[in-house]
Design a protein around this ligand. Structure first.
Ligand code: GLN
Length: 200
């Protein structure tokens, strides 16, 4: 069966995510068709969705302007998987502490933008993640941290004592960029492994 995977492509890295989804799918006897989402109308036909990193203020402005924001909310309300990474995590949170980001409240977490300080603007670390056998090579780039976690939110990973990967129902959010290594296990986890899309 073919899974239609929408990657919100208003800003940020798209092709790396597309590749990671394409690489995760065959293990589950799935094929993937990638849909680049730039305007309203594309999301309803997507089985899974990805909201990439970039600049959360810009992404927020563009998805609201294009009418994509309400479609993301409807997608999650229908129980379909969404993976939101870095700036994507900020956009789907309940509060980012920055009024320029109109958060979608799809994850019951509050976040702090650019939380890891100047010296740690960018770094990679081997991160233990719940559900993965081996640590994940997590790349953080001006990453947010999660401040508070609401009930019903499962913490999948922590760094420096702060949550950096969470799940709530069909939504997985990571503060890091799982698409920037050739390890596709986070995409696998979010879309196939635990989302009921696997036939394997
Ligand atoms: N610092 C960015 C923001 O706050 C996020 C960075 C990223 O997505 N790599 O929006």
């Amino acid at each position: 069966m073919t899974v239609t995977a929408g990657v919100v492509a208003v800003q940020g890295d798209v092709s790396e995510h597309a590749l990671a989804i394409e690489r995760a799918a065959p293990r589950h006897d799935r094929q993937v068709e990638i849909e680049e989402v730039r305007h309203a109308g594309a999301v309803p036909s997507c089985d899974v969705l990805l909201l990439p990193g970039g600049e959360s203020t810009t992404i927020s402005r563009l998805i609201h302007r294009e009418g994509i924001a309400t479609e993301l909310v409807d997608h999650v309300a229908a129980g379909k998987p969404l993976l939101a990474t870095c700036a994507g995590l900020i956009v789907v949170s309940s509060d980012s502490g920055d009024e320029r980001v109109e958060t979608l409240d799809l994850l019951g977490v509050t976040v702090e933008r650019n939380a890891f300080g100047r010296q740690r603007d960018s770094f990679e670390t081997a991160l233990p993640v719940k559900g993965l056998d081996e640590p994940f090579p997590a790349v953080f780039i001006r990453a947010p941290a999660i401040d508070t976690v609401g009930s019903g939110v499962e913490v999948l990973a922590e760094f420096d004592g702060r949550p950096v990967a969470v799940r709530q129902g069909p939504v997985v959010g990571t503060a890091f960029h799982p698409e920037l290594t050739d390890d596709f296990r986070i995409h696998d986890l979010a879309f196939f492994e635990t989302a009921g899309l696997s036939t394997a």
